[in-house]
Design a protein around this ligand. Sequence first.
Ligand SMILES: Cc1cc2nc3c(=O)[nH]c(=O)nc-3n(C[C@H](O)[C@H](O)[C@H](O)COP(=O)(O)OP(=O)(O)OC[C@H]3O[C@@H](n4cnc5c(N)ncnc54)[C@H](O)[C@@H]3O)c2cc1C
Length: 328
Amino acid sequence: MNLIADFDLTRENTLGLKSAARLAARITQAEALAALLDEADRRGMNFTVLGGGSNVVLSETVEALVGLMRIAGRRLSGQTATHNLVTAGAGENWHDFVTWTVGRGMPGLENLAGIPGTVGAAPVQNIGAYGVQLSDVFFELSAFDTKTRAIETFKAADCGFGYRQSRFKIEPGRHVILSVTLALPRDWSPTKAYAGLEGFPDDAAPAEVMASVLALRQSKLPDWRSLGNAGSFFHNPVVSTEEAERLADAPRYPQPDGRVKLSAGWLIEQCGLKGERLGPVGTYDGHALVLVNHGGATRRDVARFAAFVRERVKARFGVDLVQEPVEI
Ligand SMILES: Cc1cc2nc3c(=O)[nH]c(=O)nc-3n(C[C@H](O)[C@H](O)[C@H](O)COP(=O)(O)OP(=O)(O)OC[C@H]3O[C@@H](n4cnc5c(N)ncnc54)[C@H](O)[C@@H]3O)c2cc1C
């Protein structure tokens, strides 16, 4: 166990917030977890896991033992008549994993290409983009239960997947995801029910679809390496049809449960907040849903600006925006 005191996390989060962990340790194998938890208990500290830091708002000092997820490995782990099963360690980079599957003739993840972060965090908020979400291709995952200290297998039905939601997000800290197995269809055709992808023929090459997804993402989102951000900062609100009726002009997306999804970016933009800024934090001038760090921001700056956006949207539309990135 290699414990590092006052570990600088500023470069470990895509918002680029100034942050340090009181204590940190790299996790390269599941067997290390029990000893790390014992150590955290002994010191009276919380234990928390960090992947790529692309969906978190970090405190200036994280008063915890932070486990930096680095479990590696990816393989074809099985085959059925209809699917290839692929398994990756929780510390693998998500986009590299997607590229690896497509490169080996196992399509199915191309619409999820370019999402920052790790494989292990993908189930936490059931990542989604361009008409596909992780739960569409999920087979099972293996996780360490920090309460019972046992390693368990979770099938899709055990994960409580919803829109950017799962049991792992609802019960933060309870499970450390160690590996994820996905079922990719052997008889593939592109998912193209999304503006910008609808022109693809059914026999399109998966790599072409992936290239289009990456180009679309690049045209909409700032590169976090040059302008710190955590992607979409608020969930798209899902409201009742009566509530949606009140907002006659708002773009609306009917949901299977009869409710209506609204565009948080549209609501923010209508409040005149696209490109708005308070100190070092603002909305991206190309996409109002993305909060950006113009340099040197801390969690407090983000909280102040996020509260300002929420208040303005509430006052104008009566809609509550819910933050997507997790506070650590
Ligand atoms: C530019 C940009 C674009 C984005 N686009 C999208 C998008 O299109 N769709 C989308 O869904 N998301 C998107 N995101 C959000 C983010 O990339 C995903 O949520 C991603 O899965 C987070 O992975 P991570 O490894 O960075 O997680 P982190 O930010 O490190 O952690 C997020 C949460 O998961 C927990 N966690 C991390 N690893 C584990 C583990 N192994 N076991 C248990 N808990 C764990 C952490 O404790 C934390 O609570 C975007 C972010 C950015 C910066």
